[in-house]
Design a protein around this ligand. Sequence first.
Ligand SMILES: C[S@@+](CC[C@H](N)C(=O)[O-])C[C@H]1O[C@@H](n2cnc3c(N)ncnc32)[C@H](O)[C@@H]1O
Length: 201
Amino acid sequence: MAWYDLFASFYDTGLDGVYRAHREQAREALALAPGMTVVDIGCGTGASLPFLRAAVGASGRVIGADASPGMLHKARMRVRRNGWSNVTLLDVGATHTHEAERVGPIDRVLFFLSLSVIPDWQTVFSEWYGVLAPGGRLVIADVHNPRPGPYARGVEWVSRASLARESWRPLAERSAAFALCQQPSSWVLGGQFFIASGTKD
Ligand SMILES: C[S@@+](CC[C@H](N)C(=O)[O-])C[C@H]1O[C@@H](n2cnc3c(N)ncnc32)[C@H](O)[C@@H]1O
């Protein structure tokens, strides 16, 4: 997490504008409604929180979880600045099991640019899918590149991501209502941005 602690100081300056439209698309895919509880796993500096908070309203609940104290510090400053009393931040550390059990059941789960980064991503996916309420929806928004070239490998280095990872697979295997929407390849992102969504039966 040491890299992300450092990355936190320039993350928003470098990436805020780049993913704005993608965050809007992820919010739409989540099909949020006022009063719902949504968890943002690997929330980083909290760049998706404004979209989630706006969609669930003051009666809903937004939970951001991350393993980097530096990223969480930035997210906490964002929450404080906006005066969001219904947004909670969790330091999930190396294992999510305890936190997932404590938080659940939940209506929506978002992984935005995080499943490609989390080392034990399949375990983390299963833990949060496990506490999703029946009928709840999980969305993975990320970048995929089956054969990263030199530039994409640079993106992987900077973000500590594995772009060749097909992180939607566990959701596709579990969810009957699975959908995968892949956008054209973008050199800036290092691959194809995709949104995978599915509901829990
Ligand atoms: C590329 S950033 C994405 C941040 C944020 N979701 C966004 O959209 O800007 C990846 C995030 O995953 C977090 N992360 C890495 N490993 C993690 C883990 N095991 N559990 C939770 N978060 C983790 C990093 O600290 C970082 O904040």
